[in-house]
Design a protein around this ligand. Structure first.
Ligand code: NCD
Length: 360
């Protein structure tokens, strides 16, 4: 079964092809208006969403298909204690493809292991958000006319911001991209992104807490919201909630062709005065999201019978090692096996990728 759980499930060539198809849909949408006739998309949103859910739904409708689903965990059988696996097995009897958002890291992977139809990860906790990344890549390709040789500033909540994690993974595969990672101390990028993506691929990156320090060097500034819902306490959130606000003044030294992005929703990370700046691309970014999701739905439905074996040779069940990440799907679904990927002498949870130590 072909799923999209992590942006790295797609090769660079496949991403380039999706971007090409999305651009062709933008030019002649009517040519695609019957492609998904008699097909159904199910949107299973266990967590709030405006753009992602509605763009999936309008994408399917514009392809001639139809949509079923729910937009909160409370209105599904999850409220009665049903597991993710049982929910997707059930929905798989009514539809052809699922877009799913869940508050726990790794939930989409669990779903894909049991689903009879393709699963698209529409955000799993603070972990990944591959379709936002496809949206971001189409935006960059349309606005900057390239995906390589870019200096990209990522600013705000780099710890819990799933869109940041997926975008770094994607942009690291194009030539000569550099990252300026701007965050307060407590919201720095997770170790696994630094080690497994940036350092492993020799990608240049700088960590700083100062948004203005490298502003004149940036081709893209990607602002993010502090992810209030992922904090352990309101006090912790209050300490960092207003860490950055992008204003016209902050942009004084920036390049004339800077591209200002944000996955949205914004709380106050970008002052509304910036909206008038022609370089503000965040509402155009929303529009690109629908077209790339149309291209993705078409691709996954076409390739739904492709067999992909994602089991890694170094996967191990360590029955007495419980993942320490409180936001991991294994923390609420007790019957899931404790599976780890063992590399470089560490056990990494298969579902959320957190590094766990084995007590000896
Ligand atoms: C993002 C998300 O849900 O991770 N929003 C989106 O999908 N466009 C960003 C956020 O919620 O801050």
């Amino acid at each position: 079964m072909r799923n999209l759980i992590d942006i790295l499930d797609l090769s660079v060539e496949e991403i380039d092809e999706l971007i090409k198809v999305a651009k062709s849909i933008m030019k002649s949408p009517l040519d695609y208006s019957k492609v998904c006739n008699h097909k159904k998309l199910a949107t299973l949103f266990f967590e709030p969403s405006t753009r992602t859910r509605l763009s999936f739904e309008s994408a399917m409708i514009e392809l001639g298909g139809s949509v079923i689903g729910f937009s909160s965990a409370n209105s599904s059988s999850t409220a009665k204690g049903e597991s993710v696996a049982d929910t997707v097995r059930t929905v798989g009897c009514y539809s052809d493809i699922i877009a799913m958002r869940h508050p726990k890291d790794g939930a989409a992977l669990v779903a894909s292991e049991k689903s009879p139809i393709p699963i698209i990860n529409a955000g799993d906790g603070g972990h990944h958000h591959p379709t936002q990344t496809l949206t971001d890549l189409l935006t960059i390709s349309a606005e900057k006319e390239r995906l390589d040789n870019l200096t990209i500033g990522m600013c705000g909540d780099l710890k819990f911001g799933r869109t940041v994690h997926s975008l770094i993974a994607a942009m690291s595969r194009y030539k000569n991209n550099k990252f300026i990672l701007i965050s307060p101390e407590g919201l720095k990028i997770p170790e696994y992104i630094k080690k497994d993506i940036l350092e492993k691929n020799n990608i240049e990156y700088i960590e700083t807490a100062d948004i203005e320090e490298y502003m004149d060097k940036l081709d893209i500034i990607y602002m993010t919201r502090v992810q209030r819902e992922r904090f352990d306490s309101e006090d912790e959130y209050n300490k960092v909630k207003d860490c950055y606000v992008l204003k016209n003044k902050t942009l004084e030294k920036s390049k004339k062709d800077l591209c200002i992005m944000h996955p949205l929703p914004r709380v106050n990370e970008i002052s509304v005065e910036v909206d008038e700046d022609p370089r503000a691309a965040y509402f155009r970014q929303v529009k690109y999201g629908k077209y790339i999701r149309m291209a993705l739905i078409m691709k996954l439905l076409e390739e739904k019978d492709t067999i992909i074996n994602k089991t890694k040779t170094n996967e191990e069940i360590v029955s007495d090692l419980k993942c320490k990440n409180p936001r991991c799907i294994t923390s609420i679904e007790q019957e899931l096996p404790n599976i780890y990927v063992y590399t470089n002498k560490v056990y990494r949870c298969k579902y959320c990728e957190t590094i766990n130590e084995l007590l000896t």
